[in-house]
Design a protein around this ligand. Structure first.
Ligand code: AMP
Length: 191
């Protein structure tokens, strides 16, 4: 059972790559962003609580996402393993994940950092917004995006060092084309 994190700024290709590894290897993509958007679409209490926060590009409270992930990784459909896509987003979440795994007598196999040029991200997200069936994400506009990048740099980027110190970080050049990135990750994970 492989337990992985795909780490990188918005537009780095985490979701695209995670989907491929789900299809090819049965690793379940656990995207907190997708789960929260599903809650919003369902009109649940949780969705109503996070809707405005997400629309402006801020992080939702740690206990919300930590609770979602704790529940999800315990489900029986996860057999080959999982890929955390968009979680953890800050050091407090990373520590909560460590505790969660530790209490299950478990540990991460690898954290894959998708490294991309900051200048390329806006263009990538514009492409995603244009290609999304059923309309763009509410937070794929210029204002929310610049907030998301600011939040990434301030809160999520420190996780590169956090996991680097723990010896589980593997960095991939996310500027290559999609197939090359997939191939490089497969090689690093010995898949
Ligand atoms: P994403 O789809 O990963 O880009 O996430 C979209 C939005 O969902 C983020 O801008 C946050 O508002 C929220 N979100 C997703 N994952 C997390 C997380 N781990 N912690 C806090 N907020 C999150």
């Amino acid at each position: 059972m492989k337990k992985l994190i795909f780490l990188g700024p918005p537009g780095a290709g985490k979701g695209t790559q995670a989907q491929r590894f789900q299809e090819r290897y049965g690793l379940v993509q656990l995207s907190t962003g997708d789960m929260l958007r599903a809650a919003i679409n369902a009109g649940s209490d949780l969705g109503n609580k996070v809707k405005d926060i997400m629309a402006r590009g801020d992080l939702v409270p740690d206990d919300v996402v930590v609770g979602i992930i704790a529940e999800r990784i315990a489900q029986p459909d996860i057999k080959a393993g999982y890929i955390l896509d968009g979680f953890p987003r800050n050091v407090a979440q990373a520590e909560a994940l460590d505790e969660m795994l530790c209490s299950r007598n478990d540990r991460l196999d690898a954290v894959i950092e998708l490294r991309v040029d900051k200048g390329a991200l806006l263009g990538r997200i514009e492409t995603r917004a244009a290609a999304t069936v059923g309309g763009a994400r509410e937070d794929d506009n210029a204002e929310a995006l610049s907030k998301r990048l600011e939040v990434y740099n301030a809160q999520t980027a420190p996780l590169v060092e956090y996991y680097g110190h723990r010896g589980v970080l593997k960095t991939v050049d996310g500027m290559q084309d999609i197939d090359q990135v997939t191939h490089q990750i497969e090689t690093l994970l010995e898949l």
